[in-house]
Design a protein around this ligand. Structure first.
Ligand code: COI
Length: 332
């Protein structure tokens, strides 16, 4: 059995090697480049493909995989919003993902950023660089006196609910598909608007489906409390960046933490050598603000998560090739 694994980074290699030792019957070809139109030809002759999301998996790529008779594409990540579902179906390609490589990894970044915003740590760090070690005026706020609104209570949102409660915060949530356990605890509000109106901090944990595109926009921002905060460690497309910038300018929002950004492809996880060399002006605008925290899609990036992404995606690809079955098949 032969699997080609695309976009393998150095930090993934030890886990891949470990997996290979446990699965000597599988030949894994490591390709450090991402799966795209310039690398797809290399998949010819393999039984399955393992890749992770960064670039779109277009009709062109999926047609090519289909023409090589490749039927199994296993993603090392959760999101499948970059897969052309129609093209995958047309080529009979079964797609798996790793839905729970570490919900804690994402939720822990969200709480890190919430705390950093409430305690103004970026401002203190900026001041320190010029030798200013004074307290004022960066007086902080306490999470235990806040209402956190969790938008989306899947695995990640659920962990964040528990973490925020541990801090003593009031937690409310919105999800069209309610979690029965959380429902019993009475945390759900009926509409997104209720969440926007009541929360001091809104953390997004919703998928990048069509109906969620720019769910944070001029209108929804206007419904939020004055001085509220937004955290997005989900998908960039959930936030209308121009509307966000306006809300930061007006002071409607007291701050934001973005681990995802709608124009992040080709920018995040790239070394531009200097700030000036970053060509995206909107991103630079956000990065320059002392009340905006930008991280380049790192929420997933922990040792636990990366190990699980590598091993569980390879398991899924191997199982599909062997049996046509896997518990990680995505309904596209
Ligand atoms: C996901 O798992 O969907 C992520 O956002 C992680 C990233 C490597 C694409």
């Amino acid at each position: 059995m032969k699997i080609i694994a695309y976009g393998i980074r150095n930090d993934e290699m030890p886990y891949l090697k470990e997996w290979e030792q446990k699965n000597p019957e599988v030949e894994v070809k490591v390709e450090t480049k991402l799966l795209d139109s310039s690398t797809v030809e290399e998949a010819n002759g393999f039984d399955g493909v393992v890749a992770y999301q960064q670039k779109p998996y277009t009709k062109e790529i999926l047609d090519k995989l289909g023409s090589f008779n490749i039927k199994y594409l296993s993603l090392r990540n959760v999101g499948v919003d970059n897969v052309d579902a129609d093209a995958a179906k047309a080529n009979g390609i079964t797609v798996t993902n790793v839905p729970a490589y570490s919900p804690n990894a994402i939720a822990e970044l969200a709480i890190t950023e919430i705390m950093r915003l409430l305690r103004n740590t970026k401002r203190f760090e900026d001041k320190q660089r010029s030798g200013d070690l004074r307290w004022a005026p960066e007086i902080g706020q306490e999470l235990n006196s806040k209402t956190v609104g969790v938008f989306g209570t899947g695995r990640i949102g659920h962990v964040l609910v528990d973490i925020c409660r541990g801090f003593g915060a009031k937690v409310i949530a919105y999800d069209p598909f309610r979690n029965p356990e959380l429902e019993k605890q009475g945390i759900y509000v009926d509409t997104p608007d209720d969440l926007y109106k009541q929360a001091d901090i809104i953390s997004l944990h919703a998928p990048a489906v069509k109906e969620n595109e720019h769910m944070v926009n001029e209108k929804t921002l206007s419904e939020m409390k004055d001085g509220s905060y937004i955290i997005n460690a989900a998908r960039g497309s959930l936030i209308d960046t121009d509307a966000l910038i306006k809300a930061l300018d007006s002071g409607k929002l007291a701050g934001a933490a973005l681990d995802t950004y709608e124009s992040e492809v080709g920018v995040f996880n790239v070394n531009f050598d200097s700030f000036d060399d970053i060509s995206d002006d909107r991103l630079k605008n956000l990065m320059s603000r002392d009340n905006v925290l930008i991280t380049p899609h790192i929420a997933f990036y922990t040792e636990t998560a990366v190990r699980n992404m590598v091993t569980l995606s390879l398991d899924a690809n191997r199982d599909l090739i062997n049996t046509g079955k896997s518990d990680k098949i995505v309904k596209l």
